[in-house]
Write a protein that binds this ligand. Structure first.
Ligand SMILES: Nc1ncnc2c1ncn2[C@@H]1O[C@H](COP(=O)(O)OP(=O)(O)OP(=O)(O)O)[C@@H](O)[C@H]1O
Ligand SMILES: [Mg+2]
Length: 156
């Protein structure tokens, strides 16, 4: 799926649409430059998961965990400032293996080996100050199901 998104508000709405079709156990990898909208999209995913806390960039803390609907949790990671994945990769794999967690990862290059083969990969490109091209790719059966639901919703 390829989308052009013209405002940060629209980016949150797209994230909300993604969050709404998640049921737990999903892993979502966000790839794009600084300021391309990864955290903004994650705020929207939080909305779609009925997270009531405000979702903030976890740049300094590496990760933040939020309570979500249906006894789910949103686990949000940002490895930008980490130069040794060490203990964080254990933490991350624990979240990834939990069926009640939705795991969202920014700057996951360092922990690539920990990420499951089946995941949603979302690539962000910023052709202008306010325009973002977002490409959503599914790499396995369960991520393909999520992408299918998302496409059905946006077709409706
Ligand atoms: N169409 C758009 N979609 C998303 N964000 C936009 C858009 N247009 C402008 N912006 C702005 O771009 C910035 C995106 O910031 P955000 O924190 O989401 O980026 P990020 O990819 O998480 O960056 P970092 O790698 O530093 O964590 C915000 O300031 C937002 O207001
Ligand atoms: Mg960010």
């Amino acid at each position: 799926m390829l989308k052009v998104i013209d405002s940060d508000h629209e980016m949150r709405e797209f994230g909300q649409a993604i969050g709404s079709v998640l049921g737990g156990g999903e892993v979502i990898e966000l790839i794009g430059d600084v300021g391309s909208g990864k955290t903004t999209l994650t705020k929207g995913i939080g909305l779609g998961l009925d997270v009531t806390d405000s979702v903030q960039s976890p740049s300094f803390t590496i990760n933040r965990v939020y309570s979500a609907r249906d006894d789910l949790e949103l686990a949000h990671y940002d490895f930008y400032r980490l130069d040794d994945s060490g203990i964080m990769s254990d933490e991350l794999s624990e979240a990834i293996n939990r069926p009640d967690a939705v795991t969202v990862i920014e700057w996951g290059g360092l922990v690539d080996g920990v990420l499951p083969d089946d995941r949603l990969t979302i690539r962000f490109v910023s052709p202008s100050e306010t325009t973002r091209q977002v490409e959503v790719i599914a790499t396995g059966d369960s991520s393909r199901q999520v992408l299918g639901k998302l496409s059905d919703d946006s077709a409706a």
